[in-house]
Design a binder for this molecule. Structure first.
Ligand code: PGA
Length: 248
């Protein structure tokens, strides 16, 4: 049985004082019994999140990382830096980073390798555009994204990765994929993983859905056999996140 993992992606929202307010509002009402809960906050909110979430059962994650250890990379943060302060998860390859900041599949693969080497769990995002969906190439495209991301990653390490299937057309648009559409692609991702590795790895790896997840659609999505949780953007910034995590 795979344990569900529900992560909030705060994106570029909340100053440290606003983060403290939101964490206070959420942390005691969230069910952490049979779900791994993660708050992926902006870098400047990490200290506050650690402070407020210690002993809460909620993990702290970051939203980006660079693949070099140190050096002349102005503005970047290394996996080693994140690891030393206790970051447990990091989002890698979000579509906003791919489209707005030029991240390529090769960079994303390097980031995955580096993050795993530093004992941080990557939340790897993949997902098709509206045009690709309409052209009927969704699964072909996602197979390539997954294969490129997992290059040179061992069986043991692959099991640790969390994959987030996020159709770009559903992110921040209020347009959620139907639970069947989400299930179809998450199942396809598990299939690719079993081709790259084996059934064992495919059965262990956790696959989230992301894209306009709300309290109203969470339960239906989480009941799908190949969906092991969600990466939640907008709805992670309010008390709605409680309803999503406590979906049962
Ligand atoms: P959304 O964002 O829930 O606001 O659609 C999801 C994401 O980008 O991770």
């Amino acid at each position: 049985m795979r344990k569900k993992i529900i992560a909030g992606n705060w994106k570029m929202n909340k100053t440290p004082s606003q983060a403290a307010e939101l964490i206070n509002e959420l942390k005691d009402s969230i069910n952490k019994e049979d779900v791994d809960v993660v708050f992926c906050v902006p870098f400047v909110d990490l200290a506050c999140a650690f402070d407020m979430l210690k002993d809460s059962g909620i993990s702290v994650g970051a939203q980006n990382v660079y693949f070099e250890d140190n050096g002349a990379f102005t503005g970047e943060i290394s996996a080693k830096m994140l690891s030393e302060i206790g970051v447990r998860y990091v989002i890698i390859g979000h579509s906003e980073r791919r489209s707005l900041f030029g991240e390529t599949d090769e960079m994303i693969n390097k980031k995955l390798l580096k993050v795993i080497a530093n004992d941080i769990i990557p939340i790897l995002c993949v997902g098709e555009s509206l045009e690709q969906r309409e052209d009927g190439v969704t699964l072909d495209f996602i197979r390539i994204q997954v294969k490129k991301a997992f290059k040179n990653i061992s069986d043991e390490d692959a099991k640790k990765v969390v994959v987030a299937y996020e159709p770009i057309w559903a992110i921040g648009t209020g347009k959620t994929a139907t639970s069947e559409q989400a299930q179809e692609v998450c199942k396809g991702i598990r299939q690719v993983i079993s081709e790259i590795y084996d059934e064992n790895v495919a059965n262990d790896i956790r696959i989230q859905y992301g894209g306009s997840v709300k309290e109203a659609n969470a339960k239906e999505i989480f009941e799908m056999p190949d969906i092991d949780g969600a990466l939640v953007g907008g709805a992670s910034l309010s008390s709605e996140f409680i309803g999503i995590v406590n979906y049962k």
